[in-house]
Each structure stands twice: as structure tokens, then as C-alpha cells.
Design a protein around this ligand. Sequence first.
Ligand SMILES: NC(=O)c1ccc[n+]([C@@H]2O[C@H](COP(=O)([O-])OP(=O)(O)OC[C@H]3O[C@@H](n4cnc5c(N)ncnc54)[C@H](OP(=O)(O)O)[C@@H]3O)[C@@H](O)[C@H]2O)c1
Length: 327
Amino acid sequence: MTPRVLITGASGFVGYHLVEAALQAGMEVYAAVRASSNVAHLSDLQVNYVYPDFSSKEALIAMMKEYRFDYIIHGAGITKARSLDEYNKVNAGYTQNLAMAVSESGIPLKKFLFISSLAAVGPIAYDANWPLPDVVTPRPVTNYGRSKLLAEQFLGAVSSVPWVILRPTAVYGPRERDLFVLFKTFRRGLEPYMGRGAQWLSFVYVKDLATAAILALESQVSGVAYNISDGNAYDRYALAAIIKSHLKLRTIRIHLPLPVIKLVAVISEKVSRGAPLLNKDKLNELTAANWNCNIERLKNDLGYRPRYNLEKGMQETLDWYAANKWL
Ligand SMILES: NC(=O)c1ccc[n+]([C@@H]2O[C@H](COP(=O)([O-])OP(=O)(O)OC[C@H]3O[C@@H](n4cnc5c(N)ncnc54)[C@H](OP(=O)(O)O)[C@@H]3O)[C@@H](O)[C@H]2O)c1
């Protein structure tokens, strides 16, 4: 029988690519979306829609009993919020409800894959290396990271569910919107940086993440959290250099003083009604010295082999933005 996968957050950037990869793997896809979700870009894909209420464990149990999924990829989450409570409610609370619903429904789920974040573990010191095996004591530096770590802990406590966690570093690719803001800034001739501190950054192309997700579903492994990046560390100027070279741009590099950025963050927190793009909490992430990570475990356990480095992935991404008239 065709395996059934529930993909939450299917309407989002990563979600789209998860749906595509699951279909390519021959799965029957159930996209969990909200009535308000924009799903126009999924219309060409063979998906079934479900509209779960993640705040109700009973409603989720009923959904499990009705559809009896073989796999779940839980990608729904928020990356911008005004408070830790808000992050925890969605990122941790909904993950716990979903995992407990699987457990209490008694369905024989083969794998619950949770899309966490490298933010749950936090950055390392500039001159540090990830130890092998790639286990470090998590030290998230943002509320977002804390909520993802709490979600991981909730999931770990539901012993009857065979879970795997992927902790992606910054994900980029077609349909991504946050880094895209930066690309548009480069197009205007500006190349802004927060402060003068050196940084190591890491990236993963969304298609490599989606491939790893399918590997995780189909593997025999459970109860493990894996970092995922393309395996490289990039200095803070590498991203701009690649984009400028592909788009043939000339830019002026500007290092904005950190006290000024902090002031802007404080003001935007005060004036914006929703979750501001920049706040003091987010600054801890954006200015951290080293977001490199070790992916040896993912390679060894799941046979993950990243097919894209930043150069190759960015070429494909920029081609997509151009073809779809985003740039
Ligand atoms: N992008 C990255 O660099 C990155 C890095 C590490 C980890 N991640 C994780 O990857 C996952 C997907 O991120 P993304 O970049 O694809 O973000 P995204 O484009 O904003 O997608 C988020 C998805 O979650 C859904 N969602 C948000 N709040 C929800 C709620 N209260 N109830 C139900 N659904 C809700 C959204 O539904 P609507 O369409 O209805 O809003 C959307 O489908 C997230 O868990 C994120 O933490 C992303």
C-alpha cells in the first residue's frame, strides 16, 4: 500500500519542498494547513488537505484514527513572535499535542520527523569546532531556539513514538523570503552587516533538507537529533560574494554599529503591532560568531550526502527567482 504522510506547515517555504520530495518518494501526501493558508503554489501537486486544530489533542487523536498515517513530518512552526510564551505555544505546545495524539491514538506510526532548528542548540565560539560525535549541550540564544529545544524535550518524553529530529541551519532556496530581503538590498547596491565581528555561517539548500527528511522517514533510526547543513562553514561575506557574482552586482559594504542596530531593534519592538522582523532577541542569533555545525552523524546514520554547496544552491535559487519574476 502507498505510505501515507502527514506534512504540517505544508503551505510554508520548507513545507512546499517537503511535499514535493514526499510525492517523488511515492508517498500519499496529506498537507496540514489552515483555512487562512496560501496554498495556491501547491495546486499543481497531488495533495490532500487536512485542517487540524493543533491546540486540541482530542481533535488530533480523531485525525490520527481517521487517516492512520504511516509517517508525520512536523514542519509547522513560527520563526517570529513577540514573546517566549507565543513561541512556546506554537513550536513546543503544538509539537507535544501532535506527538501525544499519535501515542494515545494507538496508530502504528513508523516515524515522527520533527523539523527543529540549529537555534535549539545555539551557536558555538568563533574558534570552536563541533565535537565528534556531534553532541553538545544545547545553549539556545533566542526565544525561538528555546521554544524549539522545549519541543525536542517534549517529544523525547513521549517514549512510544519513534521520532527523529532534524536541526537545520539557515535554509535557502526557491520561495524563501527572509534571505530574499537581503538579495533585494544587494540589488540596490548596499551590502549591510551588523557590526564588525567576524562570523562563520552555515547554510543548507532546501532540496537537500527535503531529501534528508525522506531518508529519516525511511530509516530504521529513531530517538536521535541530527544537525543539518551542507557541511561547510562560510565567512560572513561569502553569501554576498556569490550573489554579486551571479547577478553581476557592485555593492557598497556597510558595517552598521551594533549600538545603533540595538536601538533600531528596541524601537521596532515598541512600534510594530505584529512580530517585528528585527528585535533584541533575534539580534543574538544574527550577530552570533559561529553557526557552523557538524553533520557527520547524519551522514553516517542516514547516508545523507549534500548535493548543493552555497554556490550551486544559490545559482539554482537565483535562477528560480528570476524565472518567477521575484527579482
Ligand atoms: N527557513 C529556515 O531557515 C529554517 C531553519 C531552521 C528551521 N526551520 C524550521 O522549518 C519549519 C518551516 O519553516 P519555514 O522557513 O518554511 O517557515 P514558513 O515559510 O513561515 O512556514 C511555516 C509554516 O508553519 C505554519 N504555521 C505557522 N504557525 C502556525 C500555527 N499557529 N498553526 C498551524 N500552522 C502554522 C505556516 O502556515 P501558514 O501558511 O498558514 O502561515 C506555514 O505552513 C519551521 O518549523 C522552522 O522553525 C526553518
